[in-house]
Every structure is written in C-alpha cells, then in structure tokens.
Design a protein around this ligand. Sequence first.
Ligand code: NAP
Length: 278
Amino acid sequence: MKIKNKNIAGTQVFITGGSSGIGLSAGALFAAMGCHVAIFARNKDRLAEAVQRIAARKKAADQRFTWYAVDVTDDAAVHDIMGKAVRETGVPSILINSAGRALPRYFEEITARQFEETLRINVCGMRNTIAALLPHMLRDRGYIVNVSSVAGLIGVFGYTDYCASKFAIIGFSEALRAELKPRGITVSVLCPPDTDTPGFEEENKTKPPETAAISKNAKTMQPEDVARVMIRGMKKGKFLILANMESKFSALAKQLLPGLVEKIMDRAVASVSKETIS
Ligand SMILES: NC(=O)c1ccc[n+]([C@@H]2O[C@H](COP(=O)([O-])OP(=O)(O)OC[C@H]3O[C@@H](n4cnc5c(N)ncnc54)[C@H](OP(=O)(O)O)[C@@H]3O)[C@@H](O)[C@H]2O)c1
C-alpha cells in the first residue's frame, strides 16, 4: 500500500506515543490531511492535551480524534485497548509505532532493570501493538511504520541499551516486511536523527559528556520535519526512511566505508577524554 494525498482523507490512523514529540507531530500532519487519528500513551493529561492540538489541525468537521491510555509493555492491556479502539473508531489503515524512550548512560551505569525496560518499551511494545492490531488490519490493505533511530544503524557511545533496542527494531521490521507484503500490508522503518522533542530534552539530562560531544556534531531536526519526511517516505513506499542528508550519509558511509563513522565518533569521544585529563 502506498499512501497518496487524494486517497488518505477519511483514513483511520493509530499512533502509539502520539501524545508527544514525533508521534504528536505525525498526528497533526495526518489530521491536516483529513485522517481520523487515535493516539496511545500512558499519561492521560498529556494525551487529552495532545489530542486537542491534533484536532486543531483538522480539515473537515466529521474527522474523529480520540485517545487511549495504555502502557505498550503490557501485552494484555494493549490487546484490550486496541480492540476497544477498533470497535469505537474503526480499523486503522495506518499504524505508527512511535512510543519509545532513551536513557543514555555509561554501560556500567545501566542496570539490568533499565536494560530490560528499554527493550520492553521500544521493542516489545511495538510487537504487542502490531500483534493486537494485525488481525484487524489484515482484512484490508494497511501501512505500519516502526520508529527506530539513526542509533539503530550506528552504535553510539552511551546508548548500549537503546542501540540494542533500535537495531532490533530494524531486524524485526525487515522480517515483518517480508511476511506482510504478500498479505497487503506495507512496513517501513523510520530512523530519525536527534530531534527536538520533550523526550530528547529528557535524554540530554543523563547523557555522558562523550555522548553530548557526539551529539554536538549532529544537526537537530524539528519533529514536524521528521513527520513530514516520514509521510513523504510512506508515499513512495520506502522501507528505510532517513530524515536528513546527514543520516543518509552516515548510513551510506557505514556500508561503503567501514570504520569511517566509528573514527569520527572516536575522535569526539577522545576530545572529551583529553579535556578531562588536562
Ligand atoms: N527525539 C529524538 O532525538 C529521537 C531520535 C531518534 C529516534 N527517536 C524515537 O522516536 C520515537 C519518539 O520519540 P520522541 O523524541 O518523540 O519522544 P517523546 O517526546 O518522549 O514521546 C514519547 C512518546 O511515547 C510514549 N510512551 C513512552 N513509553 C511508553 C509506554 N511504555 N507505553 C505507551 N506509550 C509510551 C510517551 O507518552 P507517556 O510517557 O505518557 O507514555 C510519548 O507519547 C521514540 O521511539 C524514540 O526512540 C527519537
């Protein structure tokens, strides 16, 4: 399934992590394209506020905007809430899995609990949502976008748990793409670079100085721009959606010039170590 401007109005869109950042921006763009949008996250106040911001972008009076509180790590709850959402709003033709979190720290500071939690939110949450919705979505054609990261293509200092989860999302999405294509469902994976969101602000609070030095070299995108690139990629039916030139360069260099990306990163890390020693 490719999405086109002219046939997307009236389409039901579900977005996990739709109450903030990239998910919220995607919701607003889909609203402006005439879609019905349902968002899913844990915090009810943020969901209620976000759904109003999304609805403010609507194109037609009969568009529906709804929110559901759910923790994507809870498989049974996800199954129940997604069933309820389908009954109340309709089967989604588009599912965006944007719920996720990053808590950068040195490997030795990442407890077993944090490691597991990151994988449960970022990877299992996506699996739970898709498992709950797939039986419904398979009745018609559909589109699933899983949000990974540039840190799902390149291992980054300070992100051992996060990179493990974001690399996993790419493998998961590749396998899922192959399984679902013959059944009428398109799967893409979005790899945003650093993006100016509430989640990114939180992330900056625990970044080791080396991670911050690597980040300093990279351009930060706005969530609306990332969401716009995602929708453009969906229109082309692209599997891997990279949001800017820098991300494309990093992905290409990683494949064609092995060692180069690591060398650039090592230099940033060494500059911090030198500062610490002197
Ligand atoms: N911002 C970046 O620099 C960047 C870069 C690359 C990739 N990404 C990825 O892009 C996605 C969105 O990131 P963002 O920066 O927009 O984050 P954000 O502003 O923190 O938004 C995260 C969203 O996910 C929801 N969420 C988190 N844990 C959840 C859970 N267990 N169950 C249900 N919902 C949950 C949050 O709501 P509640 O907390 O209320 O549940 C919120 O709606 C994430 O997957 C992130 O890893 C972000």
